[in-house]
Ligand binder design. Structure first.
Ligand code: SDX
Length: 436
């Protein structure tokens, strides 16, 4: 990736400020897709910061990994459309693509899959970490803890400037997160942890570690495994979202990648972000019956009511979320396979979607179902508990986080250090206690 310095004679933005004759010239930089950016680096020297809470209009970095066009509902991973990847690729192949920038050939694909398979076990000492948690601990709380703790087990590969260390760490994280995730579920159930198996695919292994017990063989349903693989694939990366930005910011301090991914997991947990899939199911449970939908839609529109329609809206997608469309198709496939023709949750979700998309509030604010709206219905139908939904999102997102972290660390970068608009007290002298 070339550091895009403005080409000599490139376009400029000219800023004039009332009361100042001087015009501030700011270079405009262009990428291969999407909006151009105005490089504001020199503004500080002019005595100004920009102000953009929530980074609505801010590009935080250059990247070659994922491109989103929110108006057209486009999502590309290294240039490949999500629709084609969901239909023709696999999760591990997408992991390879995100990490390496190109689709693997047959040998590269086989070697990558083999590498991941041989890193799925976790150190036996890590198993002890789980017994420190209450059985009813939220699995995301466990994932935050044990993922960060991985940095205590791999002192041999923590030199972030060593590409070989970065590579093995990427492989270890992609391989071990599902093992840690399913261990958090087994622990909550009071069941023994199930070891990963090298004869199973990534998604088959996940389902096996979730639902197998030592008492009987567990047969993975291939349709469910395919759906699980697609759910991981649809969550793999998504440009500079809140959790990825957290991973990059943590990484910009030189923190080790395990700690950075743990920070990303913590950020993902929020109901406005990855926690929305769990919140959608909680919301559908709260609505309870189709006859209550209008009341909840009214609440979502009421500015004085904090209630929001979970699974709707997106910072970038102001049209449909292409992942939601694919997820809805997958949802129908899984329910058909499970013979769950009349799924009340799906029926309610579809009715809620129809009502919302016909309501002028949602149309005017361009609020459409996002990736989280249908994923929970599939996961619940598979038998995965609601508390595990965001853990599955985190599992899917791990290759994206680590690819974005690696892209930053393998190019010149600076520590992330935003400034502020200060509105607190101006300088004043200390008041001794006796005088207050
Ligand atoms: C993910 O960034 C990513 O890429 C994230 C993600 C990924 O893959 O990493 O795609 C994953 O996080 C998907 C989003 C999951 N979150 C939810 O489903 C929670 C419900 N959605 C909202 O909280 C909200 O839509 C956000 C947080 C997703 C986006 O918020 P923004 O971009 O900051 O938009 P906003 O909050 O300023 O909303 C704009 C307007 C507001 O009304 P006004 O102040 O203009 O009058 O739309 C309203 C909001 O009140 N609004 C909603 C709403 N979402 C926005 N009103 C009712 N229900 C909603 N869901």
């Amino acid at each position: 990736m070339s550091t895009s310095t403005p080409t000599k004679g490139g376009k400029l933005a000219r800023l004039t400020i009332d009361g100042h004759d001087q015009v501030i010239e700011l270079p405009i930089l262009g990428g291969s897709e999407g909006p151009q950016v105005i490089d504001i680096g020199k503004l500080t020297a002019q005595g100004y910061f920009t102000y953009d809470p929530g980074f609505v209009s801010t590009a935080s970095c250059e990247s070659e990994i994922t491109y989103i066009d929110g108006d057209k509902g486009i999502l590309l991973h290294r240039g490949y459309p999500i629709e084609q990847l969901a239909e023709q690729s696999s999760y591990l192949e997408l992991c390879y693509l995100l990490l390496n920038g190109e689709l693997p050939n047959a040998v590269q694909k086989s070697n990558f899959e083999d590498t991941i398979k041989h890193h799925t076990m976790v150190h036996e000492q890590l198993r002890n970490f789980y017994s420190g948690f209450r059985r009813d601990a939220h699995p995301m709380a466990i994932m935050c803890g044990v993922t960060g703790a991985l940095s205590a087990f791999y002192h041999d590969s923590m030199d972030i400037d060593n590409p070989d260390h970065r590579r093995i760490t990427a492989h270890r994280l992609i391989a071990k997160i599902p093992t840690l995730a399913t261990m958090s579920y087994k622990y909550s159930m009071g069941q023994p942890f199930i070891f990963p198996r090298n004869d199973l695919s990534y998604a088959e292994n996940f389902l096996h570690m979730m639902f197998a017990t030592p008492c009987a063989d567990y047969e993975v349903n291939p349709i469910i495994a395919r759906a699980m693989d697609r759910i991981f694939l649809l969550h793999a990366d998504h440009e500079q979202n809140a959790s990825t930005s957290t991973v990059r910011l943590a990484g910009s301090t030189g923190a080790n990648p395990f700690a950075c991914i743990a920070a990303g997991i913590a950020a993902l947990w929020g109901p406005s972000h990855g926690g929305a899939n769990e919140a959608v199911l909680d919301m559908l449970d709260e609505i309870g019956d189709e006859k209550n939908i209008d009341k909840f839609v009214a609440r979502a529109k009421d500015k004085d009511d904090p209630f929001r329609l979970m699974g709707f809206g997106h910072r970038v997608y102001k049209n449909f979320d292409p992942r939601a469309t694919i997820m809805q198709q997958t949802c129908k496939e899984v329910l058909d396979e499970l013979g769950v023709e009349d799924n009340p949750l799906l029926r309610m979700a579809q009715r809620l979607e129809k009502i919302a998309l016909e309501d002028e509030y949602f149309v005017e604010k361009r609020l459409y179902p996002n990736v989280d709206f249908y994923s929970g219905i599939i996961l619940k139908a598979i038998g995965i508990p609601v508390e595990m939904f965001t853990v599955i999102f985190a599992t899917g997102r791990t290759p994206g986080w680590i690819a974005q972290w690696n892209e930053m660390i393998s190019h010149p970068y600076k520590i992330g250090r935003p400034r502020q608009l200060y509105k607190g007290p101006t300088r004043r002298d200390y008041v001794p206690l006796g005088s207050r």
